[in-house]
Structures are given as C-alpha cells and as structure tokens.
Design a protein around this ligand. Structure first.
Ligand SMILES: [Zn+2]
Ligand SMILES: [Zn+2]
Length: 375
C-alpha cells in the first residue's frame, strides 16, 4: 500500500462552484452538487482548465456540444474540456489510479460498445451524446456531452486519465490533450516516419503542438506556415522545432515549400488554420501521393479543386479530437521534455474570472495563445 492510499481521503464538499451556459454567450457562476463517480470513474479536483477555440464555439453557437439530444443552452451545462487536476475519489472497481495522483484528461470517453469505439476511434463514437435518460449508452465527452472543467470538480472515466509527469506545471499539463490531438492527426496521416517532410498550416495551439510532436518524431524538414499577424506564435513555432517558417501574404508559400523540398512538395500537410483556401493551398504544397490532415475548418462551405486531389492521388483526412490513445503517447514526449509546450501558456485567471479568460482567448488580448483558468 502506498502513501497516497494510507492518507485520510480528502474532505469533499457537497456543492461546488461551476460556470453554466445560459443563452448563447451567457455564462453564470452557480453552486452545483459535486458529482459522484460511477463504476470505472474517478472524481477529479480540477487544478487548471485551458480555454480552447472549441469552447468559444460551444459558448457562442452550441455545436459541437450536445446535451440531452439538443443544443447545450439553458441546460445547466458546464463547458470546458482541457483540464487537469488531482484524483480525490475512486468509483467502484477503480484500481488503476489512486487518490492524490495528478492527472490530465482526454476529452472523449466513447461508449465502448460501438464499432468505432472498438476500433480505438472513440472520438468518432457512433453514440455521441447518448448519455441521458432513455438514451444512455454511456458516452462521455467533457465539456461537450457531459459537464466540463470550468468548475471545481469533474467526473472522468479511467480510460481518459493520463498521469502528469513529475515536475510539469498545472498549466503545461492542460496542453497534454492538445498535443494528443496533434499526435492523432499524425497517426491518421499514416504515422509519420523519421526523415519525412511536413507542413503545418496555422500556428494556433494544435498547430504549434503539431510542430513539437512532428519534430520529436523525427520529421524533417518541419515547415510552419502562418500569417503576418502571427509574429509571436511563429517565434514559438521556431522554439518548438520548426526548421522553416513561412508567412502567407509575404512569402510565396507554395514556391517556398517546393524549393525547400527539392521541387517535389512535402509528404504531409497538417492543416490547423481553418482558412477558406487552406485545403487548396495544402494540395499544392504536398507531393503527388501525399497526405493532408484537416484539424481545423472554415465556418462556411468552400470551393475545392477536387481535380488536383484526384489527378495527384492526394489523400485527405479529417480528425476529431484525440483518438487511439494518442494523448498518452504525446504525454510521453512531453515527459521526456522533447519540446517546450509550456511556451504556449500566456495568461492565467482565477475561476471567478472565466468570462475574462474567454475574452482574452477570443480577442487574442495581449497576444494571448493559451489562456488558463486556475482553481
Ligand atoms: Zn480543445
Ligand atoms: Zn462508441
């Protein structure tokens, strides 16, 4: 028996502070019951929760959140999905973790019973959002289909827990799932092989983590494409391992990628910008037979040069989230200090100031990249 289990269990209150979504863009701080972990679940005392672009989508527009079969507004729903904390209570049958362990969380615990979950594609669970009375298949996705991390406590399935390496700050630990998404994109592209070339378009958090993960896996060269407004982000991309940095609007990005790769184009493009023409641009950066992963998307439908994709045997993939335990593999790279993820964290606010944190993230106040809420 270890020290952690011999200690008195932490006192857990009956109620907690939590933000809930009212109408679009309307968040209220309320008292909620502290949730109880079921079988194969733990109660997490949240330490830090990062604001993600998808939180901004959910809070303003609802999707991709799905609560009780509908939009997440006025359903006492707590958003926030990129959190870390400490295990404070174990559900029945849990012996994989102990009270007192620091953990980060994957977002998606699939239902575990559908075809996709059984393939390891739990972020594409066929029973997404099916977790309420009369429709309970056991699906969970923190901050999307179940309560999330802008609160003092949350319940998580043990499958979603990733141990935080000793010495890693709470803020950096919230980036483990972001790195997991980057890793999953590289998995979906076919598994990056050392010495293969990659372009990452869009230096947001997933793009920057894609640089770090690709470099750690031996990609060469690693090329980051941003815009003139991304100055600080491009500098961080350099620190995370980008060999070449190109600025759309200033450089002829496609010509530069071709020059860097001896005229052929890259093996892979990981598209993290969501720019309307990004897929067409990517198709011109990648070599014949190359592969493109879309990890971001434009708000409106766009025109795509399908002929170029087909004539050149270019493969296009889309990803949702962080499947196939990619988060654990990304966390291993971070534990080995293979890239300085902490550079993405720019601002912290207390739980009482979640609306301010969201404003900083949305408006990029003071060049904000990752804004973290601390409990
Ligand atoms: Zn996110
Ligand atoms: Zn499933």
């Amino acid at each position: 028996m270890t020290m952690a289990t011999m200690q008195q269990p932490p006192r857990i209150p009956e109620t907690m502070k939590a933000w809930v979504l009212g109408n679009p863009d309307e968040l209220r701080l309320v008292d909620k019951p502290v949730p109880r972990p079921g079988a194969a679940e733990v109660l997490v005392r949240i330490g830090a929760t990062a604001v993600c672009g998808t939180d901004l989508e959910v809070i303003s527009h609802g999707e991709p959140a799905l609560i009780q079969g509908g939009m997440p507004f006025n359903r006492n729903f707590t958003p926030g999905h990129e959190y870390m904390g400490t295990v404070v209570r174990l559900g029945t049958g849990v012996d994989e973790f102990e009270v007192g362990e620091r953990i980060a969380v994957e977002i998606h615990a699939g239902c575990g019973r559908c075809e996709r979950c059984r393939e390891g594609m739990y972020t594409a669970c066929l029973n997404y959002g099916m977790n309420y009375d009369g429709h309970d298949k056991g699906h969970r996705a923190n901050g999307f289909t179940t309560d999330g991390g802008f609160a003092e406590y949350a319940v998580n399935h043990v499958n979603t827990l990733v141990r935080v390496p000793a010495g890693m700050s709470d803020e950096e630990a919230t980036l483990i799932v972001t790195a997991g998404t980057a890793m999953y994109g590289l998995d979906v592209l076919g598994g990056l092989i050392a010495g293969q070339s990659i372009v990452v378009t869009g230096p947001g958090p997933i793009g920057l983590m894609s640089i770090g993960v690709a470099k750690a896996l031996g990609a060469s060269p690693v090329i980051l494409v941003g815009t003139g407004q991304d100055g600080r982000r491009l500098d961080i991309g350099r620190a995370l391992g980008a060999d070449e940095i190109l600025t759309a609007g200033r450089d002829d990005v496609i010509a530069a990628v071709r020059r860097i790769t001896g005229g052929r184009g890259v093996h892979y493009v990981q598209e993290c910008s969501g720019a309307p023409d990004a897929l067409n641009q990517a198709a011109r950066m990648v070599s014949r037979g190359g592969r493109i992963c879309l990890a971001a998307f434009p708000q409106e439908p766009v025109q795509v040069d399908v002929a170029r994709l087909v004539r050149n045997n270019i493969y296009v993939f889309g990803i949702r989230g962080e499947g196939r335990s990619a988060t654990r593999r990304a966390a291993a790279l971070m534990a080995q200090k293979r890239f300085p993820a902490r550079l993405l964290h720019t601002h912290s606010f207390p739980l009482a100031q979640v609306p301010t944190a969201i404003r900083y993230a949305r408006e990029r106040v003071e060049d904000a990249i990752k804004v973290v809420v601390r409990m």
